[in-house]
Design a protein around this ligand. Structure first.
Ligand SMILES: [Zn+2]
Length: 68
């Protein structure tokens, strides 16, 4: 099975998707999903597993309820 490859948003290298950290970034007011390769993610203190969980849960939204 061929793994899909993604381009690292930071260094531009391509890496297998499972080896890169998905990060949701706001670009010009738009939420976009970008990927960082392992070394860039590490450099930014992003944990692969955490990043994947976060993206799976969806982009952060304003809560209808107030928590306070
Ligand atoms: Zn990179």
């Amino acid at each position: 099975m061929r793994e899909s490859r993604v381009k690292c948003d930071s260094c531009g290298r391509t890496a297998p998707r499972y080896k890169s950290a998905p990060v949701v970034r706001r670009v010009f007011g738009e939420l976009r999903k970008v990927y960082y390769c392992i070394s860039c993610a590490k450099h930014r203190g992003i944990k692969l597993q955490e990043a994947k969980e976060k993206v799976r849960r969806g982009p952060p939204r304003r809560r209808a309820r107030r928590s306070q």
